[in-house]
Write a protein that binds this ligand. Structure first.
Ligand SMILES: Cc1ncc(COP(=O)(O)O)c(C=O)c1O
Length: 482
């Protein structure tokens, strides 16, 4: 996706890679899709992948690997202790982030478990730009609470602000004054804020937060799971960074943090996770938790093959031509949907295209899960599997009432290098049809509702027979088309 202009003037993302391994896909008929989504309790997490045409649930662990990553997997050193594979990964992380210590873990939430057990105590608070589901759960389980202090722009579905993931520094100051610095477990910044549309923070914002942390002796922890997208946006949206390389920006950003953790299912296009740490004291405090929960310090629950792929994947993340693929495909999708008048989160972020369900199906009340209902409806209309990011992804309050989400989003993840442009165009086409027929969509209600992370396993039913009506309308409009 280098600077290549089309003679026609058309602006479409052009890949700088070719496809060498493919996987066959099936698109079941809509009547079958109705059976499958019903069996799955209207929860797209519970669909079987063989019944899905385009899996846009997540980018987690499903990004396409490069040939260099695949070949690196063959030279893995599978020794329990002193593995050369570990040394290669550790050195790559030191090179990229400039931090002395590294602890491996099997995925992002395992890092959160270790960080929260080590640093969160009952009564402490973790201020953050925005929460991620598993992060919040780990902090709460350890007796802490979270405070989301994203700037107001972050919660505006449509904005021209290029850095909607920024933390409101005035709110951070007020919070510290109100509670006292000793009540703050650490300050957490999430790169490419997942739950509000993959929106980035700016380097300036991180600098300001660092100076507040310095003033109060607070730790700054970066969740770097979606760092690749955030780096691309810093490079392309921040005038001061236009002439810096991705590596320079990464080093500058990492120097502002005390701890950087990541899900390698996202960062580095492999499967695993890790915690990079500046201070020996904190490293030693967390080290025993890794051996207790994850595995020995040289693998932390990861397979050595994945660790080799991760080492190469992290290196490739430092290449702008690699990390621009996701954001540019997403931007294409967002622009095309806007042309059709479909409400989406703007500016286009990383991770995926986010449809604003609050507006798409504005007739569905939040306690009937508009984004969840839209996810089920889109699967019916297209075989595309998206993910609810709204009230269903929240946890009920202690009194049993709903914690209504700030946004109701249907996230359509665009895993890196996985879909072709014609597949993306197909998804846009079916979303447009659904938008025309949106008044047919109604809400959902839980029939099985787990207390924690209910969106993973919960089962729901439609509040009426709206799904049958949608199938009927599809047949009228599309004839015998799949
Ligand atoms: C920002 C963020 N943090 C943490 C995690 C948890 O990572 P994992 O799924 O590897 O446990 C994710 C996963 O989606 C994420 O997006």
């Amino acid at each position: 996706m280098a600077n290549i202009k089309f003679f026609s003037g058309e602006q479409i993302p052009l890949e700088l890679h070719k496809v060498r391994i493919v996987q066959r896909l099936e698109l079941p008929a809509i009547e079958k899709r109705l059976e499958f989504i019903t069996e799955a309790g209207n929860n797209t997490f519970l669909l079987k992948n063989r019944d899905v045409f385009m899996d846009m649930l997540t980018d987690s662990g499903v990004n396409a690997m490069s040939d260099r990553q695949q070949s690196a997997m063959l030279v893995a050193d599978d020794s329990y202790a002193g593995s050369e594979t570990f040394v290669r990964l550790e050195s790559k992380l030191q090179e990229i982030f400039g931090m002395d210590f590294f602890l491996p873990a099997h995925q992002g939430r395992a890092c959160e478990n270790i960080i929260s057990q080590a640093l969160v105590h009952p009564g402490t608070i973790v201020p953050m730009n925005y929460h991620f589901t598993t992060t919040k759960s780990h902090i709460l389980i350890n007796g802490g609470t979270i405070e989301e202090i994203i700037t107001d722009a972050g919660l505006e579905v449509n904005s021209s602000n290029p850095f909607k993931g920024n933390m409101d520094v005035a709110k951070l100051n007020t919070l510290i004054q109100k509670h006292g610095a000793d009540k703050i477990a650490f300050v957490r910044m999430e790169a490419g804020t997942n739950l509000i549309g993959g929106q980035p923070f700016s380097l300036d914002n991180l600098r300001e937060i660092r100076s507040i942390c310095d003033r109060h002796g607070l730790l700054l922890v970066l969740d770097a799971s979606l760092l690749a997208d955030n780096l691309y946006f810093i490079k392309t949206r921040d005038e001061q960074c236009k002439n810096k390389s991705i590596r320079e920006i990464t080093l500058e950003l990492a120097a502002l943090c005390d701890i950087i953790y990541f899900s390698a299912r996202k960062l580095g296009c492999a499967r695993g996770g890790g915690i990079c740490i500046k201070s020996r004291d904190i490293y030693e405090k967390m080290r025993e938790l890794v051996t207790l929960y994850e595995g020995f310090l040289t693998y932390g629950g990861m397979s050595v093959r994945e660790m080799e792929a991760l080492t190469v994947g992290l290196d490739e993340t430092m290449d702008e031509e690699v990390i621009n693929q996701g954001p540019q495909f997403i931007s294409f999708m967002v622009d095309e949907l806007i042309k059709k008048g479909i409400p989406v989160v703007t500016p286009a972020g990383g991770l995926g295209c986010h449809i604003n369900a609050m507006e798409f199906v504005s007739h569905i009340p939040q306690n009937q899960y508009p984004a969840g209902a839209l996810a089920a409806a889109l699967y019916l209309a297209s075989g595309v599997r998206g993910m609810e990011r709204g009230t269903m992804s929240e946890q009920r309050k202690p009194d049993g009432s709903e914690q209504l989400s700030n946004m109701e989003l249907l996230r359509l993840a665009v895993p890196r290098r996985v879909f072709t442009l014609s597949q993306v165009k197909y998804s846009i086409d079916r979303i447009a049809w659904l938008y025309e027929n949106r008044m047919l969509i109604e809400g959902l209600t839980f029939v099985e509702e787990p207390k924690i992370l209910r969106f993973f396993f919960g089962r729901l039913v439609p509040v009426s027979n709206w799904q049958e009506k949608l199938v009927e309308k599809f047949r009228q409009d599309f004839g015998d088309s799949l």
